[in-house]
Write a protein that binds this ligand. Structure first.
Ligand code: GLC
Length: 418
């Protein structure tokens, strides 16, 4: 499928701006997003290492003094997007949002460094990035692990990267919507409303944003005051894997990051407590409702990506995942179709997303060769037929959301060349 490889590269190049790449070329997302950029850098690493490193450097350039890397960087201060840099009003040198996203970047960097022979100057640049990433990961343990259990809380659904997943329905019910809340959505001008989050979700998103802004994004204050506080399985699986991978990759640079090790021994112990044997599943925990969030979503299976050293539990999760929907033509749905919250075409409440498949695949490679190959082949087939959309209908393969979606193209290249 030479043609598809060519198209994938073109998608990335066409979405590229000055040193960074937009998630898509339409007006839906006119800025640099944190985890999109990491996936995109991995895509570039297969044909243009310079672009890959620049993408990462540009993302790191938005790092805050305290170590956080925001979920959006508004390099060209475009105001067509909502919420734009003015809405966030964070006052940083690179205009940005005031929350973060899953730190998948550490795993991506390890992969790029392991798979390539970088020259001396590229290694130097990577070393600088890696040092800053250490500060980023430490930020989670310093500011988001308020219970000192080695796990990070997210305080806004957007931090999960899975904006309107039904996992957030219960937690969002606890957000007291600001009176006279006024804002104007822009996403509905460029995307079908039946595929996008609902008004009630946006009311919650913007109320939380306004509260963080009022607290001037003080990291301690916004965590303590947030009306939304969740220990998310997907997010923490990525964080644990990021920490492990950063320790490993640091060795290639003669850096000593072993102090990060203490963090994950505690994390694993804590995370396992969120496994419920009767459901054969991990569930996220909602601190405001004091309850587990029992939604069967694909992000619960990201636990495989964390590489927990518990073979027994890993096997149970794999057995359950095999029944989730890998018998269908297109999978994985972001929510199990049997779950009452499932919606076939609405964003993170049902459709198939390529990065979810990739994360699950990466978690399975060293645990179940046949199953991981099935995921890879089916994902490649989907992309070769339909090309690079934001998400897809699991029954029909119908393309949904934005076209020319960067991480779908970037991850195609990774699936293809590995
Ligand atoms: C949406 C997605 C998020 C992604 C962003 C840009 O907000 O939910 O995961 O990073 O769009 O593509």
């Amino acid at each position: 499928m030479k043609e598809t490889i060519k198209i994938a590269k073109e998608v990335l190049i066409n979405n590229r701006r000055s040193g960074y790449t937009l998630p898509t070329n339409n007006e839906l997302y006119p800025a640099q997003w944190n985890w999109d950029s990491a996936f995109i850098a991995l895509g570039y690493s297969y044909f243009n290492m310079e672009y890959a490193i620049e993408e990462l450097e540009k993302l790191i350039s938005g790092q805050w003094e305290d170590g956080m890397i925001p979920h959006i960087l508004f390099h060209d201060t475009d105001e067509t997007y909502f919420p734009n840099h003015k809405t966030w009003d964070c006052g940083n040198k690179v205009p940005s949002s005031g929350i973060t996203q899953p730190p998948i970047i550490a795993t991506i960097i390890k992969k790029i460094v392991d798979q390539n022979k970088l020259d001396q100057s590229q290694m130097k640049r990577m070393e600088l990035i890696i040092k800053k990433l250490k500060k980023y990961l430490e930020w989670f343990y310093s500011y988001r692990d308020t219970n000192k259990i080695g796990l990070a809380a997210i305080i806004h659904p957007w931090e999960s990267g899975l904006d309107n997943s039904p996992i957030w329905d219960g937690p969002l019910d606890k957000v007291k919507i600001e009176e006279n809340l006024k804002y104007e959505r822009r996403d509905l001008n460029v995307s079908r409303s039946s595929n996008r989050p609902l008004k009630k979700d946006y009311d919650g998103y913007i109320t939380l944003l306004n509260q963080f802004k009022k607290n001037k994004y003080n990291p301690n204050k916004i965590v303590n005051d947030s009306m939304f506080n969740v220990i998310d399985i997907g997010f923490n699986s990525i964080l644990i894997r990021a920490t492990k991978d950063l320790i490993e990759v640091s060795k290639k640079f003669n850096l000593d990051f072993t102090d990060l090790k203490n963090k994950i021994s505690k994390s694993e112990e804590s995370l396992i407590k969120f496994y419920k044997d009767e459901d054969q599943s991990f569930f996220s925990y909602d601190f405001k409702n004091h309850s587990l969030i029992k939604v069967d979503a694909i992000s619960n299976y990201f636990i495989l990506f964390a590489n927990l050293e518990n073979q027994k539990i890993n096997n149970k999760i794999i057995d359950k995942l095999k029944k989730y929907n890998s018998q269908k033509d297109y999978f994985f749905t972001t929510v199990n179709p049997k779950d009452k919250t499932f919606e076939e075409t609405r964003y993170w409440r049902g459709p198939v997303w390529i990065n979810s498949n990739w994360i699950v695949y990466q978690g399975l490679i060293n645990k179940d060769k046949n199953f991981s190959s099935l995921i890879k082949n089916k994902t490649l087939e989907l992309l070769e037929n339909k090309k690079f959309y934001e998400y897809y209908n699991y029954k029909t393969g119908e393309c949904l959301g934005a076209n020319n979606f960067s991480w779908s193209a970037a991850l195609y290249l990774d699936f293809k060349f590995n």
